[in-house]
Design a protein around this ligand. Structure first.
Ligand SMILES: [Ca+2]
Length: 75
């Protein structure tokens, strides 16, 4: 995923699958810059795609309770 700053970021669930973390690389290290906390587990793959026509990809995934989540990141 890219939020438009030119650095490729990583979005992934944590071990509980209820929190989705966004990581970027700064100074040669992974740095967590955002977290989305949910009451139920992430059930689907996590996809990055351009959805809104604004700079930076959006991230889409589904939860166990059938909620579809769209995250927007801005640099
Ligand atoms: Ca976008």
């Amino acid at each position: 995923m890219t939020d438009g700053d030119g650095v490729i970021d990583i979005v992934l669930p944590d071990a509980s699958r209820r929190n989705v973390k966004a990581l970027t690389v700064r100074g040669g290290r992974f740095v967590e810059f955002a977290i989305a906390r949910h009451a139920t587990e992430v059930k689907t793959n996590i996809l990055a795609a351009e959805l809104d026509g604004q700079p930076g990809e959006e991230v889409v995934y589904g939860l166990e309770d059938k909620t579809v989540v769209v995250l927007r990141f801005r640099p």
